[in-house]
Design a protein around this ligand. Sequence first.
Ligand code: SAH
Length: 347
Amino acid sequence: MVGEVVDRLYRTRNASDAELKLLIGLEDPSLLREAALSRRLEWYGRKVFIRGLIEFTNHCRNNCYYCGIRAGNVSLGRYRLAPETIMELVRDGYRLGFRTFVLQGGEDNGYSDEGICSIVSSIKKEYPDCAVTLSIGEKDHGSYRAYFDAGADRYLLRHETASQEHYSSLHPSRMSLENRKACLWDLKRIGYQVGSGFMVGSPGQTPDNLVEDLRFLQELQPDMIGIGPFVPAANTPFATKKAGSVDTTLNLISILRLMFPYSLIPSTTSLGTIAPAGLEKGLEAGANVIMPELTPPDEARLYSLYDNKPVSAGALMITDGSLRERIRAIGYDIVTARGDVAVPKRP
Ligand code: SAH
């Protein structure tokens, strides 16, 4: 039964809702992993793309119930990196082999569109061979357009959950799933490589919600798909909730690799935070991207999306070679490349 479902997902990139739920909950995922690995090798070989993550501001106007940098967390010290500091991090990152930089932050009203555009265009001017990815939340069309015209190549905006009801249990009423989805479509139309995704095991999530997430991704056909377990964060309404399941996350990574074989899927920091060797496990489940953090330690500590998030381990581990070694030990290779999405082809 499982073998047949996996095989069909492999060949047709689709399965029924009930079959998807079966795969999501698999306790012995060996067949699923094997199929995902085969697709991964076919599309991306043993390459692992690296993205230099620069968490440039933890100011946020939103109040997502799960997120440690929500506006309501008044006990958190706030920071903004100066444009010159960001440029220095990019220069260090370039020397280490990074060819994609991800500028991520809260929805910070302290930056004008001109401010963001100027950071993006300075990076592109000095390093035209690099891709710049933005991950700064929901903006209007004019802003997205302006960042794109300034040179931004990619945009990450997880939909978080594709169920209306579940979305409203994770966010205050001024935020809507409808607007988040509209932003994703807008970004696609403008021409960005677009990333979406969701948290696994966020409070109240059901298996049906996860199927809805996969169905929404089938509609959107994103280039990048980021998922990671929910991890509780201090000073949030969900501080005492249970973390999401590592096994479910890994099964979902394999399912995503089969449904979207061409896509860029990171083995995320939250996975690495709650699972021993989580980074490696994500890659072995079908992920092909890692996003080491270049943010300086003092600020990284304050970019506390959830508890026990590691601090600037990424860049350090690249510098001393230990990250490359860890990846090599499981048979994969960090490459120096922009790592654009493979051109989607039909099954
Ligand atoms: N403000 C940007 C960036 C958000 S932070 C935006 O709105 O897109 C990046 C991602 O971290 C979020 O999309 C969310 O999925 C994840 N995240 C936030 N809090 C988390 C938590 N407590 N556990 C796991 N992931 C979390």
